[in-house]
Design a protein around this ligand. Structure first.
Ligand SMILES: NC(=O)c1ccc[n+]([C@@H]2O[C@H](COP(=O)([O-])OP(=O)(O)OC[C@H]3O[C@@H](n4cnc5c(N)ncnc54)[C@H](OP(=O)(O)O)[C@@H]3O)[C@@H](O)[C@H]2O)c1
Length: 258
């Protein structure tokens, strides 16, 4: 066994796939999200543990951290020396030019993607460090490298995630914690459904004519980053579909006529 891995936002998409990939790779996986029925089913499938988690809410993060600490106390001696936090909970809300920015949506994106990750790090850093081999893998985005029209609120949040990871990598220099980022391009998950407020047609159009990444493709990157030897820190891993060359350049196959 490798050790204990915490995955946030594990109720769908990349987080759920990462939890499965990590469990297959010998981690004891602890999953969190707001949709508890989903994470409980996942935990049963991967022989992990589940607990409600809203990364926007510091009380919820504290309760989740207590659950992780209890699992660490119970199993610390038996599951292996490594400790991993996958900061995956996040997403985009809305699609509008800066001139029409929806402030509550911008605030929500900063709250979940940036402060959510920071809250989790603050709550779990001591545990990650205590065993002498800790890793944080945060899921950023190509949107944190290249701004695009109508995406500025999400861009700003994911740029901020990169800033936080970079600062922390410098702050923790000399201590046994790796700080890594996996930054995907277009991945077909519930992401677009959430971004467009549940509009399934609009969400489906995002992937039309494209072969996007799957959640499993990104999960494999996370698994690989975490499985490097402790002295190897993969600072940033940017992964895009072959049909995508940057945040804005997407190749779409023409639709076939019947
Ligand atoms: N799909 C893409 O194209 C893409 C590309 C680049 C980066 N990303 C990033 O990848 C990560 C995962 O997204 P995804 O594509 O897998 O989308 P998804 O299918 O919508 O999954 C998002 C996950 O985040 C969780 N979440 C959202 N807000 C939360 C909160 N306040 N507290 C706890 N969990 C929360 C959701 O669970 P609950 O709703 O149950 O809480 C869900 O499990 C996000 O950080 C996203 O920004 C996605």
């Amino acid at each position: 066994m490798r050790g204990i891995a915490v995955v946030t936002g594990a109720s769908s998409g990349i987080g759920a796939a990462a939890a499965r990939a990590l469990a297959d790779d010998g981690w004891r996986v602890l999953v969190g999200a707001r949709r508890v029925d989903r994470i409980e089913a996942l935990a049963a499938e991967i022989r992990g543990l589940a607990h409600e988690l809203d990364v926007d809410d510091s009380g919820s993060v504290e309760r989740f951290a207590a659950f992780v600490a209890a699992a660490d106390d119970d199993e610390g001696g038996t599951v292996g020396p490594s400790r991993l936090l996958v900061n995956n909970a996040g997403g985009a809300f809305g699609w509008a030019p800066v001139a029409e920015a929806d402030e509550p949506q911008w605030r929500a994106m900063y709250e979940t993607n940036v402060l959510g990750a920071v809250r989790m790090i603050k709550a779990l850093l001591a545990m990650l460090e205590a065993h002498g081999d800790g890793t944080v893998v945060t899921v950023g985005s190509i949107a944190g490298h290249e701004p695009y029209p109508n995406g500025a609120g999400y861009n700003a949040a994911k740029f901020a995630v990169r800033a936080v990871m970079s600062a922390m990598r410098q702050e923790l220099l000399g201590r046994p914690v790796r700080v890594c980022e996996v930054d995907p391009g277009m991945v077909e998950t519930e992401f677009s459904l959430v971004r467009f407020g549940g509009d399934a047609e609009r969400a489906a159009a995002v992937y039309e004519g494209v072969t996007p990444l799957t959640a499993e493709d990104v999960a494999e990157c996370i698994r690989w980053v975490a499985a490097r030897p402790p002295h190897v820190n993969v600072d940033q891993l940017v992964v895009l579909a072959r049909d995508q060359a940057g945040a804005r350049q997407i190749y779409r196959r023409p639709l076939q006529a019947d």
